[in-house]
Design a protein around this ligand. Sequence first.
Ligand SMILES: NC(=O)c1ccc[n+]([C@@H]2O[C@H](COP(=O)([O-])OP(=O)(O)OC[C@H]3O[C@@H](n4cnc5c(N)ncnc54)[C@H](OP(=O)(O)O)[C@@H]3O)[C@@H](O)[C@H]2O)c1
Length: 250
Amino acid sequence: MIGSGNVATHLGNALRRAGFDVLSVYSRQAAKAQKLADSLGAEACSDLGKVQPADLTILAVPDTAVVWVAEKLSGSHKFMVHVSGSTEMNILKPYAKFYGVFYPLQTFSVFRPVDFQKIPVCIEGNNTTTTDSLKQLASSLTEDVRVMSSEQRLSVHMAAVFASNFVNYLNIEAADILEKAGVSRDILYPLLQETLEKMKEHHPRESQTGPAVRKDHGTMKKHIDALNLAPDKQKVYRVISEQIKRTFEE
Ligand SMILES: NC(=O)c1ccc[n+]([C@@H]2O[C@H](COP(=O)([O-])OP(=O)(O)OC[C@H]3O[C@@H](n4cnc5c(N)ncnc54)[C@H](OP(=O)(O)O)[C@@H]3O)[C@@H](O)[C@H]2O)c1
């Protein structure tokens, strides 16, 4: 396992639970490698040249570091995968005979456990042998395995940025607004829960509510005026409201 961060931790634990042996954990910071290695019963390593060759080498490092790491491991590591949504598979081509992608579509944070069984894993292999091996591996960790091309995975990742990263960011703004009003943010939980539940059964286009879709300009003006001292929030409010109006006019 190359990396000891969010994905390395969750994927390492899922592999361990499924009965796989994680031989080594690499991190540039020895203490971080040691911590994850200890929890996985693996050897810690902070020198890429000393990482034990394994049946599979997982590059769970930032997208910008994938090539640098693959280059350093090239030769002794015959089967490498990266775990990135937006990085094409073929960047690993010069560095391993068997290469591919193992992209788990979830928001991972080291501090929060996840049920890996429910996570869609998008895989891609450089040939049918590689794809079959990755399919088999993924199937032992999750019920949801999807074989897809690098182009499809890029779209999935982009959709995930809209569906999760942007929504989380908007909830930072929401929490801030509530904090300033002296109201606890848990008041939003039933609303957030119902938004998600409704989305599972109906296309989000059918479920849009709020002042923008109702073209309620009076209420929107009140909100925009109330945000006078928060120009960044005002900007986001305006852009998204305009987009909602345009989408429903169409
Ligand atoms: N987090 C998510 O929700 C999520 C979900 C799906 C996929 N991914 C993908 O998973 C990959 C890793 O993301 P992450 O969230 O796990 O990142 P992370 O928590 O920041 O962990 C990255 C790991 O790579 C190491 N690292 C950083 N820069 C490095 C470099 N230049 N060379 C070698 N090692 C380096 C870091 O440890 P040291 O600094 O000690 O070396 C750390 O162990 C990315 O490709 C990301 O797109 C993330």
